[in-house]
Write a protein that binds this ligand. Structure first.
Ligand code: JFZ
Length: 311
């Protein structure tokens, strides 16, 4: 049995955080407004990579406070936190030596929020993990997905894995202490054998770290259901359902459709009764702050869990 399955099997409640340049855009690009999947705005607007990259020049989340994020999570009854180190837009939200397209080198913020957050979570007994988009990368000519700037048939996915994805995953597994898990997303461009080789090389760095199922080819350590899906019957083994607090993973300023504490508690109960974990997503804004409703409703959920929950 994988050693990480012990904490994962007892966790019940996780927090997903989508945070990147799209958070600064908040669902608006030029004169158009988008609803849902705010983190897909570059793709939906077919924004040229060079132009989209300029958003970094004014990305300065001075309102970010790692202590506060971790404390809100703790008070909400959350046992693990998973945050986007790099989403499909290709921007690294940590200090990466692999590229200059990262928060330390390309933004005026110049600090590594992931360092602060990983430390703050661990200090409060919260397992910390990274979401990493290992295949889709709209910033890179050889990354998956961007065919509005770069033609798919000319892409060398192997080159992309070799020069960005794998070296970055190694950074994340080396520089941020013991990780609870790495949440891969949307596999592509690798055979089963190549995926296994990649995973094996990553496991050497942190044998205790779990890898999510979307690493591909059934090589993950636990099962993820499709977005916003709870199985109808109890499911054996380790698994997770993911939901977002409103209607988008990444921040959308005109989305106020937040689930109430009652709805979150029902969801938690439904998932837990079938043996899984609920990982609920919040989308902080470009200043590094969570929507006020997310803070309030999550804390109310935590109060309820403290009064009526088992742990
Ligand atoms: C992916 C991302 O594209 C999305 O932006 C977000 O990060 C989400 C959590 O994950 O979207 C998916 C991936 C897989 C499924 C659905 C949405 N699926 O298997 O049902």
């Amino acid at each position: 049995l994988h050693p990480g399955l012990k904490w994962f099997g007892e966790a019940k409640f996780g927090l997903f955080i989508h945070w990147g340049l799209y958070s600064k855009l908040g669902g608006r690009w030029k004169d158009s407004s988008y609803y849902g999947s705010g983190e897909w705005i570059m793709n939906r607007a077919k924004a040229p990579a060079a132009e989209y990259a300029k958003v970094a020049q004014s990305f300065n989340p001075t309102g970010f406070n790692a202590e506060e994020w971790a404390e809100t999570a703790r008070q909400s009854g959350i046992k693990y936190m998973v945050i986007t180190a790099k989403h499909h837009e290709g921007f690294s939200m940590y200090d990466s030596k692999v590229t200059d397209f990262d928060i330390v080198d390309a933004s005026p913020y110049k600090k590594d929020p992931m360092k602060a957050l990983s430390d703050a979570c661990r200090a409060k007994g919260i397992q910390f993990g990274f979401y990493y988009s290992q295949f889709l990368d709209w910033h890179e000519p050889d990354g998956g997905g961007n065919n509005w700037d770069f033609k798919n048939k000319e892409k060398d996915y192997q080159q992309y894995y070799r020069t960005k994805s794998i070296p970055q995953l190694k950074e994340l597994l080396t520089n941020y202490g013991p990780l609870g898990l790495v949440w891969f997303d949307m596999p592509g461009g690798l055979t089963a054998a190549q995926t296994k080789q990649m995973i094996d090389s990553l496991r050497l760095l942190q044998p205790g770290c779990l890898f999510s199922s979307r690493v591909g080819h059934d090589l993950g350590d636990y099962r993820d259901f499709g977005d916003s899906e709870v199985p109808p019957v109890p499911i054996p083994g380790a698994w997770e359902s993911i939901y977002t607090h409103n209607d988008s993973w990444g921040y959308i300023r005109h989305d106020l459709n937040f689930k109430s504490p009652e709805q979150i508690i029902r969801l938690l109960g439904n998932v837990a009764s079938k043996g899984g974990n609920l990982m609920l997503n919040v989308g902080p804004d470009g200043n590094g702050q969570w929507p006020a409703y997310s803070i309030a409703y999550l804390k109310a959920t935590g109060k309820w869990l403290q009064t009526y929950g088992e742990s």
